[in-house]
Ligand binder design. Sequence first.
Ligand SMILES: *Cc1c(COP(=O)(O)O)cnc(C)c1O
Length: 459
Amino acid sequence: MKDAKAIPYKIYLEENELPKTWYNVRADMKNKPAPLLNPGTLQPMKAEELAPVFCEELIKQELDNDTRDYPIPQEIQDFYKMYRPSPLVRAYCLEQKLGTPAKIYYKFEGNNTSGSHKLNSAIAQAYYAKKQGLKGVTTETGAGQWGTALSMACSYFGLDCKVYMVKVSYEQKPFRREVMRTYGASVVPSPSNTTKVGRAILEKFPGTTGSLGCAISEAVEVATSTPGYRYVLGSVLNQVLLHQSVIGVETKTAMDKYGIVPDVIIGCAGGGSNLGGLIAPFMGEKLRGEKDYRFIAVEPASCPSFTRGKFAYDFCDTGMVCPMAKMYTLGSGFIPAPNHAGGLRYHGMSSILSQLYHDGYMEARAVEQTSVFQAAEEFARVEGILPAPESSHAIRVAIDEALKCKETGEEKTILFGLTGTGYFDMVAYEKFHDGKMTDYIPTDADLQKGFDGIPNVNL
Ligand SMILES: *Cc1c(COP(=O)(O)O)cnc(C)c1O
């Protein structure tokens, strides 16, 4: 039995083993992700057109499909050291509980105050904004993790931070809001009457509880109309996946150290940043033909961009002020049913992951929320960590894969991303415990309404 525990419960890296570079998976993709388009001219966005919206250095990263390794600036490496490496955990207790021959590992990103992986990109984006001499940044937040991460990053570099928070979350998660304010951010419920686009949306849909797409429009409007401000985004974009590759690079270094090779890598997918980051170096090996892995993106059945969406150019926001991206999308007007509890509610998906999925390098699965919370609870009871609902989508499929191994007797190695903790999601847990959580899978007719809003753009 001793041998079986030759792998420690937690695999850490020494400080000198921490990543010094981010890995840009686009460099190894034969079919590059489609470029962002200017919604007016339908031509690929040029750096100078993006400059009023985004920070200069981040635009370079966004448009760079060729540079494989990006040195992580020393200031960011130093900040990472406060909460990284994140532990790579062998889920011995879960394996035992399931009675599976599978070996299960998870990379846990919830060990920082923002409670998720989002800080990895927030600190990078704040750093480049500061370096450019900006006064502040604007953003949107849904469940609140991104807003929290960005508030932390901005306070570290002394930047102002304006957060547009989806109204329903603003009201349901007052403590998230207070964490952001503790870090000095100003938080506005969206849609609001502080912007033109917000006022237009309120007029058209009085009483709306908001959406991410709508909050993005507001944040972009404020950034582009306020001198010294730019807009930053916590997921979906190429630059965000680049920063999040720190998750995958750490994981790969740790696994290589112990000679562990995952057969299947699983992550939840909202806009695709944690999954894109976790799989990046492994996907690189697959793209270069060096190794083979299975990758599974897990999404809510109530917001099924990959499994039921269209691969098309679409608007990234409700107000249609942002560039258009080619991605798996449900249409920018799509809003998940009101009973949808936990995050992952964006209508689109990272262009990088969309292209990889389209080209057959990745699988996707949609799961219903009650089964997600069952998995969350099962995991919490044996592994100790109270997972975020988003993360629990990955737990669901990791458990399903492990149970398959139990049937077949295969000793597969399963790796999944545990993106964060769920302390601010106890209302959803409460609904689950009280038996009040329901599943709603949109009908084809429901989805068609969203698809009708996808612009007819053919290159
Ligand atoms: C934001 C978030 C996600 C989903 O975002 P991705 O960009 O798809 O990674 C998943 N888990 C947690 C805890 C989050 O905060």
